[in-house]
Design a protein around this ligand. Structure first.
Ligand code: SAM
Length: 231
C-alpha cells in the first residue's frame, strides 16, 4: 500500500478520538505550542491563512482566535478528519473553511495566501521537498510558512527520556483511547526517518524559503520552523 493511502486510512480510523487522545498524550501542552506557532506568522492584515494537513482543525481555530479579522482555509486529504473539523466549526463558521485536498498538489492558485501553517504533519508526507515547494507556490511574496512538529532533542539524555515516552508510552495510551493499535504504532515511527531540526531547516532552504530559522520547545521535543517566501 502507498504511504499516502496508508496515512489517510489510518487517520480516518482515529478521527473520532484524535482530539481527546492528543490532549491526554501531551497533557494539554499542545494548545500552548499551537498558540506559539501562530505568533510566528506575522501575516499582512486581511490576507488569508492556509492551514495545511488541518486534521480536526486545532491550528486553524488557534489562528482564527489569534486574529479576529482573519480568514482561514484548512486543507486535508482525510474526509473523516475534516468532518470532525466542520462539526467543531461553530464559532468561526463565517471565516474558517475546510477543503479536501493533498498538500503535495494543492487545489489553490499560486500566490493566494498571506501565510501558511502546518501542525504535527510534515512527518507524514511522502516527499518533504515537494510539499515545501508546493506550499511556497501558493504563498504571496513576503509571506511566511510556520511548521510545528515533533522533533529530536539534541541532549542525548533528554532524547532518551522523550523516546521512551514517544515510542513506548504514546502507543499504549493511543491504543487504549482510540482502539487502534496500528495507528499508534505508526505515529511514533514516523519520527524515525524524519530530519532533526537542523535537517528540516536545510530542507526549507533547499525548497527556496528565505530567512529560515527554528525555535525548539521543551528541550527540542517540538520545533517550530519558519521560512519566508522572498518578497
Ligand atoms: C497528526 S494529524 C495533524 C492534524 C492537525 N494539523 C493538528 O495539529 O492536530 C496529521 C494530518 O495530516 C493529514 N495528511 C497527511 N498527509 C497529507 C497530505 N499529503 N495531504 C493532506 N493531508 C495530509 C492527515 O489526514 C491528518 O489529518
Amino acid at each position: 500500500m502507498q504511504k499516502s493511502t496508508y496515512v489517510r486510512e489510518m487517520f480516518a480510523t482515529i478521527a473520532p478520538t484524535y482530539d481527546f487522545t492528543n490532549r491526554v498524550m501531551t497533557a494539554g501542552i499542545d494548545e500552548a505550542w499551537r498558540r506559539r506557532a501562530i505568533r510566528e506568522l506575522q501575516a499582512e492584515p486581511g490576507g488569508e491563512i492556509l492551514d495545511l494537513c488541518c486534521g480536526t482543525g486545532d491550528l486553524s481555530f488557534a489562528a482564527a482566535r489569534a486574529d479576529r479579522g482573519r480568514r482561514i482555509v484548512g486543507v486535508d486529504f482525510c474526509e473523516p478528519m475534516l468532518r470532525v473539523a466542520r462539526q467543531r466549526n461553530r464559532k468561526f463558521a463565517d471565516r474558517v473553511s475546510f477543503v479536501e485536498g493533498d498538500v503535495m498538489a494543492l487545489p489553490f492558485a499560486e500566490q493566494r495566501f498571506s501565510g501558511a501553517t502546518m501542525g504535527f504533519s510534515m512527518r507524514n508526507v511522502v516527499d518533504i521537498g515537494a510539499t515545501l515547494r508546493e506550499i511556497r507556490r501558493v504563498l504571496r511574496p513576503g509571506a511566511r510558512f510556520v511548521n510545528l512538529d515533533v522533533s529530536k532533542p539534541p541532549n542525548p539524555l533528554w532524547r532518551r527520556v522523550f523516546y521512551l515516552h514517544f515510542y513506548k508510552i504514546v502507543p499504549l495510551i493511543g491504543t487504549l483511547l482510540s482502539g487502534s493499535k496500528k495507528a499508534y504504532t505508526y505515529l511514533p515511527n514516523s519520527l524515525t526517518n524524519f530530519p532533526d531540526a537542523d535537517g528540516l531547516a536545510t530542507r526549507f532552504a533547499e525548497a527556496g524559503f528565505e530567512g529560515v530559522r527554528y525555535v525548539r520547545l521543551l528541550g527540542g521535543i517540538v520545533a517550530i520552523h519558519v521560512g519566508t517566501k522572498a518578497p
